[in-house]
Design a binder for this molecule. Structure first.
Ligand code: SAM
Length: 247
């Protein structure tokens, strides 16, 4: 049988592509890419012209069986996303689930990932953390998710779009408290990389004062909730079921 190789690619700085990733891209019989045009830039940089197949959220379920068949038949196939680690808020899960079910070989060439880079840079506790990906796009569902995370004790990592970041910071400041520690990491590994470390309220004010910072790719890290006191935990245990009964 063949094998699927998951390959992480740079999140902004092409020099972050590892020599091993480079060799694997050169050697794959077929490369699954999120977006062909986007991948072309990387291939041009490497001076290679591999065979590609677009695998994205709209076709990955339909394509998974035929890719699994090709791996079973002996092909060496690679999986890339536009940037960073495939499968992390990126396509690949239906394929990996199927390969797992069929016990077909998979390996990985790890590398850049915006979530872990931001966490490490944030200066917030990194011993335990929760990766939250993107919040729901719609206002009501977003606020419900933010509310549900109110008592999360671990640091939380969010991917966020520039046009939503101000609203997200305002909602978090309102529902979690404006003084909760946070870090907004922008344009990591690129020329204008910066990591703004402040409270939720402080970051919201900073973006209001500097609209030029509401731009680029951004990852938000927020510190966890302070540990509850015994009395608070008790009150929660008693109130929780009561609140759940309310319409
Ligand atoms: N799989 C990717 C990874 O491993 O980081 C993430 C893919 S997700 C579709 C893209 C999101 O990651 C962006 O909207 C942004 O929130 C975050 N991101 C990607 N590159 C970044 C960078 N250079 N700096 C900060 N955040 C970044």
């Amino acid at each position: 049988v063949g094998q699927l190789t998951i390959i992480a690619t740079p999140i902004g700085n092409l020099d972050d592509l590892s020599p091993r990733a480079q060799r694997a891209i050169g050697a794959a019989a077929l490369i699954l890419v999120e977006d062909r045009r986007h991948a072309q830039r990387l291939f041009q940089h490497l001076g290679v012209q591999p065979k590609t197949l677009a695998l994205h959220e709209h076709n990955e379920r339909a394509l998974a069986p035929q890719i699994a068949r090709r791996v079973a038949a002996g092909e060496h196939i690679a999986l890339l996303s536009d940037a960073g680690m495939p499968l992390i808020s990126d396509p690949g899960f239906p394929l990996l689930a199927l390969l797992r079910e069929q016990q077909l070989p998979v390996t990985i060439i790890p590398g850049p990932n915006a979530a872990l880079a931001a966490l490490a840079l944030s200066g917030l506790p990194s011993d335990r953390f929760s990766f939250e990906g993107f919040l729901p796009a719609k206002g009501g569902a977003r606020r419900a998710r933010i509310l549900a995370l109110q008592r999360e004790p671990r640091s939380m990592i969010f991917y966020e779009a520039p046009h939503r970041i101000s609203e997200t910071l305002a909602d978090m400041a309102e529902l979690w408290g404006a003084d909760r520690g946070a870090a907004l990491c922008r344009e990591l590994t690129k020329i204008y990389e910066e990591c703004l470390r402040d409270s939720l309220g402080g970051l919201a004010a900073l973006l209001r004062a500097h609209p030029d910072k509401v731009r680029g790719e951004m990852t938000l890290v927020v510190g966890g909730a302070p540990e509850q006191t015994l009395e608070e935990a008790d009150a929660d245990r008693l109130l929780g079921p009561l609140l759940a009964e309310l319409p």
